[in-house]
Design a binder for this molecule. Structure first.
Ligand SMILES: Nc1ncnc2c1ncn2[C@@H]1O[C@H](COP(=O)(O)OP(=O)(O)OP(=O)(O)O)[C@@H](O)[C@H]1O
Ligand SMILES: Cc1ncc(C[n+]2csc(CCOP(=O)(O)O)c2C)c(N)n1
Ligand SMILES: [Mg+2]
Length: 330
């Protein structure tokens, strides 16, 4: 049994009691909860661009959904269901078993059942397109809602995923990593390959935060989307950054690049009024999630980042851009 429809039945058909019609019909059908609006987002993952060909397929299944759930989290939306478009060069049962396990386990954890999709054969590469559907009620945590005097916060830690990516790129280029780098890769790899979407945090921030974004392309670049959408300026302090504790301190330039410019973070960056500080600290404790105040919004335009000596960092690290040439893009 190795045809297209067996593939869908074997790996991607699961009961979903929360919807009326799921995988197997022309459309999925479900009723949004009364009073809620739909929140919808899509992210593509391409072999060679978003993941290496030899990545653990279970981790890839996890990440394909995680990066999408992260977009729902950034909108303060509750997951409701997802669609999976997948193009594969061959029917590889072991690969599909692992990929679907990673995907479905995360879907179960966030009550975000797979309700449909599309499956085709590709000539060469694996292409994955996931769409998530969520539910949200006002006030929406839109990128345009930052206000002067807001604090800027970030969840979790920064830099690990980018550090792992750099080490893997060096390995793929033929380098044999030394003992220290091998240990560093072991410590940072899960940040790159198995990011945990901050869904519960996103929901809890709805009454507290103003504007929010999830960090996929890099802190500096993604925060700039909030600044532009809100018509405001910001100042960040490098010394306040929640640097991942695995990262070495003896490579300050690389550290700055990974912390301020590194992508694949999938933590939340948000602005909130100063009056929300006590509630945010209480939330951090009750959800056991690290929340760090890293700067401030003010009137005007542009982003300044001050180093530990309070000097402006003149050349801010660039984030990820699919159509700009950079060291991150092979
Ligand atoms: N081809 C497209 N057609 C229509 N809208 C698009 C297209 N590509 C992106 N968008 C929209 O543009 C906006 C920015 O997209 P982008 O993918 O940069 O955001 P993001 O999902 O937050 O970032 P990332 O993809 O890095 O997670 C989103 O509203 C997205 O839906
Ligand atoms: C093999 C390989 N090369 C590079 C990267 C880094 N990377 C790719 S896309 C992206 C931004 C988010 O994607 P998008 O903007 O498409 O949502 C980043 C940081 C990676 N993870 N794997
Ligand atoms: Mg996107």
């Amino acid at each position: 049994m190795s045809g297209e429809f067996d593939l869908i039945r074997n790996y991607f058909t699961r009961p979903a009691s929360s919807i009326d019609i799921g995988v197997g019909d022309d459309c999925a059908v479900f009723a949004p909860s009364a009073g809620s609006s739909l929140a919808i987002s899509k992210d593509l993952l391409l072999e060679g661009r978003h993941f290496f060909s030899d990545v653990d397929p279970e981790a890839l299944g996890h990440k394909s959904l995680a990066v999408n759930l992260s977009d729902l989290a950034a909108m303060g939306a509750a997951p409701r269901g997802c669609l999976l478009g997948i193009a594969l060069p061959q029917y590889d049962a072991a690969w599909l078993e692992a990929f679907s396990r990673g995907f479905n386990t995360l879907a179960d954890r966030y009550q975000c059942p797979l309700i449909g999709g599309d499956t085709t054969r590709s000539e060469h590469d694996i292409v994955i397109s996931v769409t998530v559907l969520g539910e949200v009620t006002p006030p929406y945590l839109a990128r345009s809602r930052a206000r002067p005097e807001d604090d800027i916060w970030v969840s979790g830690t920064l830099g690990a995923a980018d550090w792992a990516l750099n080490l893997l790129l060096r390995q793929k280029a033929g380098e044999t990593l030394g003992e220290r780098d091998t240990q560093l890769l072991a410590a940072t790899r899960s940040a790159l390959e198995r990011p945990e979407p901050q869904v519960a945090l996103g929901l809890a921030l709805r009454p507290l935060a103003h504007a929010m974004i999830d960090i996929s392309d890099g802190l500096v670049q993604d925060l700039k989307h909030i600044l532009q959408a809100s018509g405001v300026a910001a100042i960040l302090y490098e010394s306040l950054m929640p640097v991942n504790l695995s990262l070495p301190e003896n490579e300050p330039q690389q550290l700055r690049q990974s912390v301020l410019g590194g992508g694949d973070v999938y933590e939340l960056c948000f602005t909130a009024p100063q009056s929300a500080r006590p509630a945010l600290l209480a939330l951090s404790a009750s959800q056991s999630v690290k929340l760090t105040r890293i700067g401030m919004i003010h009137a005007g335009q542009g982003l300044r980042v001050l180093d530990a000596t309070q000097q402006d960092i003149s050349a801010l690290p660039a984030g990820f851009d699919h159509f700009r040439r950079s060291r991150q893009q092979p």
